[in-house]
Design a protein around this ligand. Structure first.
Ligand SMILES: [Zn+2]
Length: 159
């Protein structure tokens, strides 16, 4: 873990390599809890963890690279297995060999730039939308759209 923290410079925010089914479903498959309830619970947990780490105020170097599994799990519940980009041109319908949707949970504002590790700063994107956010010529505009979208979806799921 410490080695990983030291080698992770924070320069890359492409989390493609981080995509593991165990990250996406850290609490195992269905527990009978509704997606709405799970989102509220996980979002609150992520928020509490971020506060406890002081991440919403000032980041220490280590805090920047801590990834909270509950934050990621909350976004996976929220997205209902679909890309959350309002401009998505087409989410792949094929699943992974593990039967999971092909999605990447990404921070709208990067952790390395002070973005908090909480669901309202995170969004589930298909590989196309993730590439547009990372490399696209209109990525700044797209990031603003995604930031507003993540907040809107977060609020809507807390109601
Ligand atoms: Zn998409």
């Amino acid at each position: 873990m410490l080695d990983a923290l030291e080698t992770d410079t924070g320069e890359l925010h492409d989390e493609t390599g981080d995509y593991h089914p165990s990250d996406v479903y850290p609490e195992g498959p269905s527990t009978g809890e509704s997606d709405e309830d799970a989102y509220k619970r996980l979002a609150q947990k992520a928020e509490a963890n971020a506060k406890r780490r002081g991440q919403l105020k000032k980041l220490t170097l280590a805090d920047k690279y801590v990834r909270d599994p509950s934050a990621r799990a909350a976004v996976i519940k929220r997205c209902r297995n679909k890309c959350e980009s309002p401009d998505c041109a087409g989410h792949p319908t094929e699943r992974t060999t593990a039967g999971l949707p092909i999605l990447q949970v990404d921070h709208v504002k990067d952790l390395a730039k002070g973005g908090p590790d909480v669901p309202w700063n995170m969004i589930a994107l298909c590989p196309n939308c993730h590439a547009l956010k990372t490399y696209g010529e209109n990525r700044e505009k797209f990031r603003r759209l995604l930031a507003a979208t993540a907040r809107r979806l977060h609020e809507a799921n807390l109601e």
